[in-house]
Write a protein that binds this ligand. Structure first.
Ligand SMILES: [Zn+2]
Length: 184
């Protein structure tokens, strides 16, 4: 089982995700792979067009999460190997980050500031929904430092990323991603 899972590459990952989405008669195994809650909180995401974004657990993603548009279906994939060791609130933040890529249209057009915009959106969304406090955000620095492949995708290094999130957290409610873009 372990060997089989490890042998599944990115193509396999996408195939598994699509199989889960397309399955009309979901088995218990497939239902288990749909992300419905994280850190004890129910999670859901709607994209810029108000469409439901499907969220599934996929192994061998190579990072905690990815946002993709596949066969015109918006999807969030999260890797349990990266996700499970994280504190619940940080799991919620990463879900929010991937959701933000759908809300802000990054699945169509990626810009050099997409990652920072998604971070900022997720920080404010979590704050406004009472999911996490400023202290929670401050405590995430060391965890970001451990996240893989960040720099090449435009993420700030761990401590800077946590600092940036605090800046977003402290901005007034109602500020949106445009604020981030303007500051670049
Ligand atoms: Zn991202």
């Amino acid at each position: 089982m372990g060997t089989l899972r490890l042998s599944i590459g990115v193509i396999g990952t996408i195939a598994v995700a699509l199989a889960v989405l397309n399955s009309k008669t979901a088995t218990a195994f497939e239902r288990r792979d749909v992300i419905k809650e994280l850190g004890g909180k129910a999670v859901s995401c709607s994209d810029a067009y108000g469409r439901h974004v499907h969220a599934v657990l996929v192994t061998n993603l190579g990072d905690v999460g990815r946002a993709r548009q596949m066969q015109r279906t918006p999807i969030i994939m999260m890797d349990p190997h990266y996700l499970n060791p994280l504190p619940g609130k940080l799991q919620l933040f990463f879900f929010g980050h991937e959701c933000a890529h759908h809300v802000l249209g990054h699945v169509y057009v990626v810009t050099p500031t997409s990652e920072m915009e998604a971070d900022c959106w997720a920080a404010k969304d979590g704050r406004d929904r009472g999911l996490f406090t400023r202290d929670d955000v401050q405590s995430w620095g060391p965890w970001f430092a451990k996240s893989r492949g960040s720099k090449e995708f435009g993420h700030l290094p761990g401590p800077e990323r946590a600092e940036y999130l605090l800046t977003c957290f402290d901005e007034k409610a109602g500020d949106d991603a445009k604020t981030v873009t303007a500051r670049e």
